[in-house]
Design a protein around this ligand. Structure first.
Ligand SMILES: Nc1ncnc2c1ncn2[C@@H]1O[C@H](COP(=O)(O)OP(=O)(O)OP(=O)(O)O)[C@@H](O)[C@H]1O
Ligand SMILES: [Mg+2]
Length: 217
């Protein structure tokens, strides 16, 4: 497992003068399993995007393994190698097979399929998606799509998984499958940050934060 240590120190973020995050601080390492709750519009996805190095911020500092992100020449590399994303709406690419979707991160990270073959087999087996691999991702059910999306998030063995409402579109059975996987992945030493409205999902985390007034409380 890739070691990760993230220190976010008093980050602020506004959109067109509207302040969304204000002096938000949080510390995340491999033993973190955090749930983030909060009202719609509170800034949860904004926080996730900043944490996941998808979006920038206005003020504050972000240290990844001791290094200030601002001084890092290639933070896309950190994102590619150390962070896996899971979304409510799966974000799979249609007209591509599930196999191609899962292997997509390899292209960006310049990793050969042969080098992660064992991981691929293990993950596919674990998520029970072998029969889906050659299907077009757009024909799957919601639960199937989310399992494929989880496989894609895990394929490069990231130290941190960020999930934004991963069970928001799922029925109870699939919700339970996804919650079990997040927990297992955390137990292997992967940090997990899950944004959720769902009390069951939040209760499985080790710590529950509420995003309110731009801060994690
Ligand atoms: N790219 C953007 N441009 C302008 N405003 C934005 C942008 N992204 C988010 N916002 C605004 O920032 C605020 C926080 O949005 P965000 O998506 O982070 O909320 P959220 O807590 O994830 O809500 P939800 O629970 O509905 O997903 C909202 O008022 C939103 O309109
Ligand atoms: Mg959101």
């Amino acid at each position: 497992m890739k070691p990760i240590e993230i220190n976010i120190d008093k980050i602020s973020k506004s959109y067109y003068g509207q302040q969304v995050l204000k002096d938000l601080s949080v510390h995340i390492s491999n033993d973190s399993y955090y749930a983030v709750c909060g009202k719609s519009g509170a800034g949860k996805s904004t926080f996730m995007n900043i944490l996941g190095l998808i979006e920038g911020f206005d003020q504050g500092e972000y240290y990844f393994n001791g290094e200030n992100i601002k001084n890092h020449k290639d933070y896309f590399k950190i994102r590619r190698e150390s962070i896996g994303f899971i979304y409510q709406s799966y974000n799979l690419i249609p007209r591509m097979t599930c196999r191609e979707n899962i292997q997509m991160p390899l292209i960006y990270a310049n990793v050969r399929i042969e080098d992660i073959k064992q991981d691929f087999i293990r993950i596919v087996d674990k998520l029970q998606i072998e029969p889906l691999l050659d299907k077009d991702s757009s024909v799957l059910s919601g639960g199937e799509k989310q399992r494929v999306a989880i496989a894609r998030a895990l394929i490069l063995n990231p130290g941190l998984i960020i999930a934004d409402e991963p069970t928001g579109n799922l029925d109870e059975e699939n919700k339970s499958i996804v919650m079990d996987i997040l927990k297992e992945e955390h137990e292997k030493g992967r940090a997990v940050v899950v944004i959720t409205h769902d009390e069951d999902v939040a209760a499985r985390a080790e710590k529950k934060y509420v995003l309110r007034d731009g801060k994690l409380l």
